[in-house]
Every structure is written in structure tokens, then in C-alpha cells.
Design a protein around this ligand. Structure first.
Ligand code: UDP
Ligand code: MG
Length: 346
């Protein structure tokens, strides 16, 4: 009896597996999985990274390609990528920018070139484990179109952790997009989501949130997070603030509308205040100037902030109107067609 049960369970499991396998094997260009990794001055991590990703994927037994997008590295990374391509041109492809455009733009460039039916993103610094890629893909086989890793326990400094938590909170409030951890780059997407992301012609580079918007059946998935293996974080306060603004203004007009509301409230309060002051003057009350100054400064700060916010939207509209290229590719190394010309992405 027990044996029968076991065989039955086994049969169900095999059926599930073969049905699930189909999900991954619907391939367009002969590759099932595309892995996209943005790299910016990662010479200390390149060797371990490539060995671990290639090892994991070779063992996994599905066809794959590994796309590195070099975001204008100035260390030995470009040379290391060229060497790697020479060794493993069967699976490795390298896209090189002519300068530094940022992590999300690099991922976007990778997305424009993927051939696989499932796309996985991963950071180069080994904070996430390449060995967990198959876990995400197995989860996807359950029928999800997006498997988003979230960091079980973060290993970043307090500034990075809290800054990211704040951005997560802002995103949830202003965009209504709910995902557990948009900062975790270990994620797997069905190809059609990626095609939609590429199609948007968005100037916003907030890919994880954008993809989440297009996903029909996303799921959060716990992944390990470790300290950066080598090298420094490529993010500073300025880049983080830029990302937050991108996020806020890229997904809704809510900040602008909130600003209008604040403006209206302050105008109304100022009007009342004005009448109170006039009344005081008429009845002969004397008063200090401190409050006045505070009030003027408050008003000024609100106005300046408002102008800045308007500028953000105007900038977006400007780039959209100009059809500004999001990045310029200097070189692509790949097996089938070897290009060495400048390509602009619009
Ligand atoms: N990165 C990039 N361009 C940049 C900054 C970062 O391609 O301008 C890459 C970097 O090489 C890494 C990933 O994006 O693979 C995440 O960067 P980092 O680990 O510095 O970010 P953090 O973990 O501090 O969020
Ligand atoms: Mg990192």
C-alpha cells in the first residue's frame, strides 16, 4: 500500500515535472534561459562569478546564455570579459557601453538582446548566490511568470539597508506596486514581461517595479544575501536619491498632485494668517518678525521643491520628445554575429 502510494506520488511528481519542463522549453531562438549581469568595475569578482554561474548553469541541464553588460568599467573587467568570451563563446555574450549609464540601464540593454524564454537577472558582486538560480527557475515551473527574490537577511551597511527600505516604502505608497524587495536583483522573468519592459520606451530605469507591473502572476521568493565579496558598492547617496526620484516620478503623477494639494493648503493658511496680521495691525498689536521669517522660509522651500519636482517631469518629457538614446553600445561580443560598431538604443 505504502509502496503504491509512493509510486503514485512519484508519478504525479514526474507528470508535474514534465509539464513544468515544457514551460521552460518553449524557446524562440534555441535558448531556454538568458542570464543578464550588469558589471561595473568588478575585476575582483569576475573570476568567481563566472566560474560559479557557468558551473551552476552547466549542471542545471537547460540551454542558456550568459549576457554580461559592461557599464563602462575602467579596471580590468573589460579584458577579463574578453578572455571569458574567448573561453566560453558557446554561452557567453558581452555587451559593452561607451560609458557609465548605471545598473538599471545596463540591465535594460541586456534585455534588448536576450534570446531565452526565461530571463534571470543577477548582480556581479556575489551578494546573491548564483547557485540559487535553479531554485528560482524551479519555482517558476509552478506556473509563475515572475519570481522575485527577496533578501531573507540583508548584509549591507545600515545606511544602504535603511535607504533601500525607505525607497521600498515610497514605491509602495506612490506607485501602488507591491513587491517585497525591489532592490534584490536575483529575479526570474518570463520573456513576454521583458519584451513589454523593452517596448515601454520608458526613460525611467526602474526595471524591477516596471516588470512587476506587467507580471500576471508574480511571486516573492526568499534568497540568501551575503556581504559583497570584493570591491565597493557602486552606489553613493547621490545615486540613491536619483533612483528615488526616478521611481516617484516615473510611475505616477501623484507627487505632483500631492504638491498641488500642499500648495493649496499653504495658500489658504497664508491667507488666513494675512488677515490675522492685518487685524492685529488695525487694533494696534505689536509683534516680532521671527514667525514671519519662518513662514517665508517655509513657503520658499515648498516653492523650490515644487520647481524641482516639475523639472523632473519636464526632464522626462524632454528626453521622450528628443528620443534621446538611453545608452550607446560600443561593442558586442557574441558567437553568431560579431559586431564591433557603435549602436545607439532609442
Ligand atoms: N553596477 C553597474 N553600474 C553602476 C553601478 C553598479 O552596472 O553604475 C552593477 C555592479 O557592478 C553590480 C550591480 O550593478 O553588479 C549592483 O551594484 P552594487 O553591488 O554596487 O550595488 P549595491 O549592492 O550596493 O546595491
Ligand atoms: Mg551589491
Amino acid at each position: 500500500m505504502e509502496k503504491k502510494e509512493k509510486t503514485k506520488t512519484k508519478k504525479v511528481a514526474t507528470e508535474k515535472k514534465s509539464a513544468a519542463k515544457k514551460v521552460l522549453t518553449k524557446k524562440k531562438d534555441g535558448v531556454e534561459i538568458s542570464i543578464v549581469i550588469p558589471v561595473f568595475n568588478e575585476q575582483e569578482n569576475m573570476e568567481a562569478l563566472s566560474t560559479r554561474v557557468l558551473g551552476t548553469m552547466d549542471d542545471y541541464g537547460h540551454s542558456y546564455e550568459l549576457i554580461f553588460v559592461d557599464d563602462g568599467s575602467s579596471d580590468k573587467t573589460p579584458q577579463m570579459l574578453r578572455d571569458l568570451f574567448k573561453k566560453r563563446s558557446d554561452v557567453v555574450r558581452v555587451i559593452s557601453f561607451n560609458g557609465n549609464y548605471g545598473q538599471y540601464v545596463a540591465i535594460l540593454a541586456g534585455f534588448e538582446h536576450v534570446r531565452g524564454e526565461v530571463v534571470v537577472t543577477l548582480d556581479a558582486d556575489l551578494q546573491n548566490l548564483p547557485e540559487e538560480i535553479p531554485d528560482l527557475l524551479e519555482k517558476m515551473k509552478e506556473g509563475y511568470d515572475l519570481v522575485g527574490g527577496y533578501r531573507k537577511k540583508r548584509h549591507d551597511n545600515w545606511f544602504r539597508t535603511y535607504a533601500s527600505k525607505t525607497v521600498n516604502w515610497f514605491r509602495a505608497k506612490t506607485t501602488g506596486i507591491h513587491m517585497r524587495d525591489h532592490g534584490c536583483m536575483l529575479r526570474a522573468y518570463k520573456r513576454y514581461i521583458i519584451d513589454e519592459v523593452v517596448k515601454t520606451r520608458e526613460t525611467s530605469t526602474f526595471i524591477t517595479a516596471l516588470a512587476q507591473k506587467f507580471a500576471g502572476n508574480p511571486v516573492d521568493f526568499p534568497v540568501t544575501h551575503q556581504e559583497r565579496k570584493a570591491g565597493d558598492s557602486k552606489y553613493n547617496l547621490y545615486k540613491l536619491i536619483r533612483i528615488t526620484f526616478d521611481l516617484m516620478t516615473g510611475f505616477s503623477l501623484a507627487p505632483l498632485q500631492a504638491f498641488t494639494m500642499v500648495g493649496m493648503t499653504i495658500s489658504f493658511a497664508s491667507l488666513i494668517y494675512f488677515f490675522v496680521e492685518v487685524f492685529k495691525k488695525v487694533v494696534g498689536h505689536h509683534h516680532g518678525f521671527g514667525l514671519h521669517f519662518a513662514f517665508v522660509f517655509l513657503l520658499l522651500s515648498v516653492i523650490i521643491l515644487g520647481i524641482g519636482l516639475l523639472g523632473e517631469y519636464l526632464g522626462r518629457a524632454y528626453f521622450a520628445v528628443c528620443d534621446h538614446p538611453r545608452f550607446v553600445i560600443r561593442e558586442i561580443l557574441e558567437k553568431s554575429e560579431k559586431k564591433s560598431s557603435k549602436t545607439k538604443s532609442k
